[in-house]
Write a protein that binds this ligand. Structure first.
Ligand code: 13P
Ligand code: SF4
Length: 303
C-alpha cells in the first residue's frame, strides 16, 4: 500500500508539486502541497517553479495548469477524470450556436475544455464570476457557457440577461428544493450553504451561496455551529479540520454529493503517475496561446 510518506518522498525527488481540489478524497488532500478551489488552484499552477505539476482534480483543471505554465510537465493520475460541464460543451457545437449571437462576447466558466477556452473572451470561476461580470459594461451582450445554473445565478444577482448554454453539473444539478426542505426539517438549527452550480430553487432556500473556498471562509467566520452543506462532500474534510467544534450535514443521496471523477484520484495512482511521469497532459502551442488570453484576463480581474 502506498503511504503519504512514499508520495512525499517521491514528490521531493522529482521536484513536483501536488495540487488538489477540495473534492479530492481526504488522504489526497493531506498529501497535497496546496488544496483549493478552481481559482486558487489556477493561481498556484501559474506561479509554481516546480518541474512537475501533479493535478489531483479533473481533466479541465489539469489543462488550465498546462495553459498557464506550459513549460512544466503536467500529470493527471487518471486521464478519464472528466466533468459533465466540460464534456457537455463541444467547441464545434458552440461555434454553431454563436452564429445566432454574432455580437455577443463569450464568458466561459473555467469548467470547460481548452478548445472552448480558445473561443472565450473571458473565463470566470464560481469564486470571481459576480465581480467579473459586474466589471463589464452594462450593455455588453454575453453568452455564458457551459453551466446554466451558475449563469442563471449570475443573471439573478447582477440583473444581466446573459444567454445561457444548456449544461449542468451532474452532481449539483441533482439537488432539489424538496431535498433541501427535508434537511431543513431534520436539522432546524442548521444554516444552509450551497454552491452556485445548484438549481435556482435550491439556491433560493440557501442562507449562503459561494464557491468551495467561499463556503469555507463563510463557515469559519459564522457564529452558527451547524450547517447543511450543498456541494460535493469532499469539502467536508477541510471544513471539519478547520472547524472541529461545528457540525456538518450532507445529502442522503450519493449522486448529489459525490463527483466520481474527483474520487478517481488516490495515493496509488498519484504515486504511479509521479514515478512514471505519465499520463502527461499535452496541448498544442496554438491552443495554449489562444486559451491563455481569457484566463489571464480573469486572473488580472481577480485580485
Ligand atoms: P470551485 O471553483 O467552487 O471549487 O468549484 C469547482 C467545481 O468543480 C464545482 O463543482
Ligand atoms: Fe464537474 Fe460537477 Fe465534478 Fe465539479 S462536481 S468537477 S462541476 S462534474
Amino acid at each position: 500500500m502506498v503511504t503519504k510518506e512514499d508520495v512525499l518522498n517521491l514528490k521531493k525527488e522529482k521536484n513536483a508539486i501536488i495540487l488538489a481540489h477540495y473534492y479530492a478524497v481526504p488522504e489526497v488532500q493531506e498529501g497535497a502541497d496546496f488544496v483549493g478551489d478552481s481559482l486558487g488552484l489556477s493561481q498556484k499552477a501559474a506561479q509554481t517553479d516546480a518541474d512537475i505539476i501533479l493535478f489531483a482534480g479533473v481533466h479541465f483543471m489539469a489543462e488550465t495548469a498546462k495553459i498557464l505554465n506550459p513549460s512544466k510537465k503536467v500529470l493527471i493520475p487518471d486521464m478519464s477524470a472528466g466533468c459533465s460541464l466540460a464534456d457537455g460543451c463541444d467547441a464545434e457545437e458552440l461555434a454553431a450556436f454563436m452564429k445566432d449571437y454574432p455580437d455577443h462576447k463569450i464568458l466561459a466558466y473555467i469548467n470547460c475544455t481548452a478548445a472552448v477556452k480558445t473561443m472565450a473572451d473571458i473565463i470566470v470561476t464560481s469564486g470571481n464570476a459576480l465581480r467579473i461580470v459586474n466589471s463589464l459594461p452594462v450593455d455588453e451582450k454575453i453568452v455564458f457557457v457551459p453551466d446554466q445554473n451558475l449563469g442563471d445565478y449570475i443573471n439573478q444577482q447582477t440583473g444581466r440577461q446573459m444567454v445561457l448554454w444548456d449544461g449542468d453539473c451532474c452532481v449539483h444539478a441533482r439537488w432539489s428544493a424538496a431535498m433541501v426542505d427535508s434537511l431543513k426539517q431534520k436539522y432546524p438549527q442548521a444554516k444552509v450553504i450551497a454552491h452556485p452550480e445548484c438549481p435556482r430553487d435550491v439556491l433560493e432556500l440557501s442562507d449562503f451561496v459561494g464557491s468551495t473556498a467561499a463556503m469555507l471562509k463563510h463557515v469559519a467566520a459564522s457564529e452558527n455551529k451547524e450547517f447543511v452543506v450543498i456541494t460535493e462532500n469532499g469539502i467536508l474534510h477541510e471544513m471539519k479540520k478547520q472547524n472541529p467544534d461545528k457540525i456538518f450535514h450532507s445529502a442522503d443521496k450519493q449522486e448529489a454529493c459525490v463527483c466520481r471523477s474527483m474520487k478517481m484520484n488516490n495515493l496509488e495512482n498519484i504515486y504511479q503517475a509521479l514515478k512514471d511521469e505519465t499520463p502527461e497532459l499535452l496541448l498544442d502551442e496554438e491552443t495554449i496561446e489562444k486559451a491563455k488570453r481569457p484566463i489571464l484576463r480573469m486572473l488580472e480581474l481577480s485580485f
